[in-house]
Structures are given as C-alpha cells and as structure tokens.
Design a protein around this ligand. Structure first.
Ligand code: ADP
Ligand code: MG
Length: 243
C-alpha cells in the first residue's frame, strides 16, 4: 500500500539552528496522526516540510506516492492534494466567507464560477457555517473563521489535511465547534496530520500519536500508550504540563 505520507530521515536547519534532526514516520490513508510536543520542538516546521512551505535540508518526503524532495517533482501539483489549516486563519479580510472558499477553486483549479460556488456552499454547510456565506471575516467569531478556513481547504478536494494548532488562537468556548468538525472529518475517513495541544482530542481521535522534542521523535504509538501511559520521562514532563 502507498502511504499517504512517508517521511524518512528528515532534517531541516535554519542557518546554524538544527530544527529537525532525523524524523521518520508514515501516515496511512484514512489515518489520523497527532503530533504533540513543547513549543519550539519543530512541529510546525515538520508540517511545513510536508507541503514544501519549507524545503528540507535533507531526507525524503513522499506524499501520495509523489516524492516532494525529488528535484523533478511538480511541487504545485502535489501541494494541490494537501489542505492546510493554520493557527491564524489567514482568510482574506476583504472577501466574504463564500468568496474566500471560492477563490482558490477559481484560480488554482480553474473551476467554473457556478461549480465553485456550489462546492463552496456545500463545504460551508458541512462545517456548520452555511448561513455565514455572505459575512466578512471580521463579522465572524474565531471559531467560525477557522471553520471557513477548513471549508476553504476541503473545497480543493484534498486527499490529506494538515492542521497546525487549529484551535490555539480560539477563545476556550469556541474550541469545541472546531474540534467537532475535525472529529467528523476523521470519521468520514479523511487522512489527517494534526499538531495539537488538545490531548482529549488526540486521545479520542488519533490512530497514532507522535511526541516530538528538540527536533526528534522521542516517543510514538497509539494514544492510549503515548498519552495514557507514556514511557519516556520527557513525554511525562510535557503531559504533566498540558493535561
Ligand atoms: P513548534 O511548532 O514545535 O513550536 P517550530 O517548528 O515553529 O516549532 O520552530 C522550531 C524552531 O525553529 C524554533 O526555534 C524556531 O524559532 C525555529 N524556526 C522556525 N522557523 C524558522 C525560520 N523560518 N527561520 C529561522 N528559525 C526558524
Ligand atoms: Mg508551531
């Protein structure tokens, strides 16, 4: 079987700063993998290497069978199959929710306007903000904006979704709505790689949990083990702080 994501001996440095120091793991189609770990451990850099927002210093990144680290790879074509949701929602402030979900469909996928609008409305509906299609980002709560951002990614028909702390910028009472949408996506079989501090979510939804510290994977396995019964002292220290 082709892995959805395959990472082999991935290294990334920024000048003299070595941020990823030999990362290996795979995500299989339909799996949800959660990456946890302290701030500065390289989680965002790892995610950014998976869709080549950062160029790895060395190692291999393969997404849906395409090796992104191969110089001949058509990065734009591969990236189109990967949706990404960030901590900051990055919606265009001068566009409505509907327009935000349509724009990349029109520009990147070259869909017709009617199709793009229909698909945008379907996805806004799916994440529970169908009634906000004509609202501008400033008129939406953080949780609604993040759900629009998820709809925008889904409208591109990704086969893999990357989430980088999607609820960290939200007021606590809005976190649940976004996690519910992610939970539903996971149940529907979406392949997901999620950086999160939401341990209850990771415990419930993840098939596999990766604990990173200092640019390496310190411990990984099923959530019941990594979160429920961590073996490594660094995992234990981290979990004591966040749980
Ligand atoms: P995390 O997401 O786990 O908090 P990051 O991947 O954001 O960690 O960052 C890991 C380290 O890499 C940090 O020390 C950060 O300052 C550094 N870093 C991240 N991006 C850059 C960059 N573009 N240039 C220089 N240093 C960076
Ligand atoms: Mg980060």
């Amino acid at each position: 079987m082709t892995h959805a994501v395959e990472i082999r001996d991935l290294h990334k440095s920024f000048g003299a700063l070595s941020v990823l120091r030999g990362i290996d793991f795979t995500v299989d189609p339909g799996q949800v993998v959660c990456v946890i770990g302290p701030s500065g451990s390289g989680k965002s850099t790892l995610l950014r290497c998976v869709n080549m927002l950062e160029t790895p210093t060395s190692g291999k990144v393969v997404v849906n069978g395409a090796e992104l680290t191969d110089p001949d790879c058509d990065i734009d074509a591969c990236r189109r199959t990967v949706g990404m949701v960030f901590q900051q929602f990055n919606l265009f402030p001068h566009m409505t929710a509907l327009q935000n979900v349509m724009i990349a469909q029109l520009r990147v996928l070259k869909r017709g306007k009617a199709d793009a609008e229909r698909i945008a409305r379907e996805n806004l509906e799916k994440v529970g903000v169908g009634d906000k299609a004509d609202a501008y980002p400033a008129q939406l709560s953080g949780g609604q904006q993040q759900r629009v951002a998820i709809a925008r990614a889904l409208a591109m028909d990704p086969s893999l979704m990357l989430f980088d702390e999607p609820t960290s910028a939200l007021d606590p009472e809005l976190v649940g709505d976004v996690l519910a949408v992610m939970r539903k996506l996971a149940q529907d079989g979406m392949t997901m790689l999620v950086v999160t501090h939401e341990m209850a979510f990771a415990r419930d939804v993840a098939d596999h949990v990766v604990f990173m510290d200092g640019g390496v994977i310190v411990e990984e396995g099923p959530p019941d083990r990594v979160i429920g019964d961590p073996q490594h002292p660094r995992t234990r220290t981290f979990l004591k702080r966040v749980l």
